[in-house]
Ligand binder design. Structure first.
Ligand SMILES: Cc1cc2nc3c(=O)[nH]c(=O)nc-3n(C[C@H](O)[C@H](O)[C@H](O)COP(=O)(O)OP(=O)(O)OC[C@H]3O[C@@H](n4cnc5c(N)ncnc54)[C@H](O)[C@@H]3O)c2cc1C
Length: 370
């Protein structure tokens, strides 16, 4: 059986989103010498825009099993991270409430049934029970169901906490380091950047989301992703007058209370779009449709427009693995719309195979190529 890599082996991770930071923390806390390179600031990709629901999708299969396993790890992961970093990451288990207008009632009933048949606890609400549960919902809302098992975190705070915890374990984070190309020279991997001196490393892990496509010199067995842009709007509301108590899932988006008291309204799914801009029509139609669910939203000032690009490879399935063409190059890509949910489990199992390629990893194995 292979021995774990010596602690003085240098591991470099490209990308300080949720995938890179959670893996970096896991490796650094195991005594490994880890550097994370980030072209901007931490969470400047998809991770900084996410609403960060921790909600396995309904249905069956290996990805659902992975998501449930990660969902189960979250409370302990959140507790440990909060302690280690010393900041609140907004973890809560207020569940999520799916709502429908009269024209969407049949669809909502089917969706509730799908959740039930996937072993979710489903609490159906209509009439008085619904408005007792969420008094500020529009009277147009015909029915809803609540999934109490859904949890949520503040994605930006999670990334901030991971960076702090990583630093405490001796990890090095370099922001403003955009890796432009990678070369394998005499068994060492050399990473080049236009604004930094080259850096050499023993192992390289690519967690650069959609940015990975632009790194030159990578072997062609590293998956190439397509962009799916998402826009989220942060709206200010006085903490004492919160409009919504639980995360709401509308037919065309979400409304999420944030730990700072504000609301996050989102999100768009724009296939093929990677420019970090929020088209005015998208912003106004998101606001209009959120106000149909919760009329008070129309009066809330816009604090920030968050834009992120989800990276999806092919069928959108998770892609993890080790290149067979360039030694010691690993990747963790195509986290699509569930990178936060899956992070604790992926970080835990991927860290094991990166250190010991013969190790068995139960949940990531179906998605791991080498
Ligand atoms: C609007 C929206 C809502 C979402 N909601 C949820 C949700 O509710 N629950 C959930 O689990 N997930 C959600 N997601 C998905 C989640 O955000 C992603 O799956 C996750 O953030 C992907 O993380 P990542 O670390 O792989 O990529 P990213 O967060 O994109 O991180 C990649 C990082 O790599 C850096 N980088 C890129 N190229 C280079 C380079 N050449 N050199 C150095 N650094 C580089 C980037 O700057 C970036 O910081 C949502 C996403 C969006 C956009």
């Amino acid at each position: 059986m292979a021995q774990p890599a010596p602690a003085d082996n240098m591991i470099t991770i490209i990308g300080a989103g949720i995938a890179g930071l959670s893996l970096g923390w896991k490796l650094a806390s195991g005594g490994h010498h880890v550097t994370i390179l980030e072209r901007g600031k931490i969470a400047s990709g998809a991770s900084g825009a996410a609403g960060a629901y921790l909600e396995p999708r309904p249905g069956k299969g290996k990805l659902r099993a992975l998501e449930w396993a990660s969902h189960k790890l979250w409370p302990e992961f959140a507790k440990k991270l909060t302690l280690e970093a010393g900041i609140n990451i907004g973890f809560h288990n207020n569940g999520a409430t799916y709502i429908a207008y009269p024209e969407g009632l049949e669809k909502l009933e089917k969706a509730a049934e799908f959740h039930r048949s996937s072993n979710w606890q489903v609490n159906w609400m209509d009439g008085e029970s619904l408005f007792e549960f969420e008094p500020r919902l529009s009277k147009e809302v015909a029915a809803a169901y609540h999934l109490p098992q859904v949890c949520q975190v503040d994605g930006r705070l999670v990334c901030k906490a991971l960076a702090l915890a990583f630093d405490k374990c001796g990890g090095e984070l370099i922001e403003g380091f955009e890796v432009s190309d990678v070369e394998n020279t005499d068994g060492k991997l050399v990473l080049r950047s236009k604004n930094h001196a080259p850096l050499s490393t023993d192992k390289l892990i690519i967690t650069a989301g959609h940015g990975a496509n632009k790194i030159a010199g990578l072997p062609d067995d590293i998956p190439v992703s397509r962009p799916v842009r998402g826009v989220m709007l942060e709206l200010a509301q006085p903490k004492a007058q919160a409009l919504i108590r639980h995360p709401i899932k509308r037919p065309d988006g979400v409304i999420l209370p944030l730990p700072n008291g504000n609301l996050l309204v989102g999100s768009s799914h724009e296939e093929g779009e990677e420019a970090i801009i929020a088209p005015v029509q998208i912003v106004s139609s998101m606001l209009e449709s959120a106000a149909r669910a919760v009329p008070g939203i129309a009066d809330l000032p816009l604090v920030e427009t968050r834009v992120g690009v989800r990276a999806l490879v092919g069928d959108g399935l998770l892609r993890l693995g080790q290149s067979s063409k360039m030694r010691n190059v690993y990747y963790s890509l195509s986290h699509a719309g569930a990178g936060f949910l899956r992070a604790p489990l992926i970080a835990e199992e991927l860290a094991v195979v990166i250190v010991d390629p013969d190790a068995e990893c139960r949940f990531i194995a179906p998605f791991y190529r080498n």
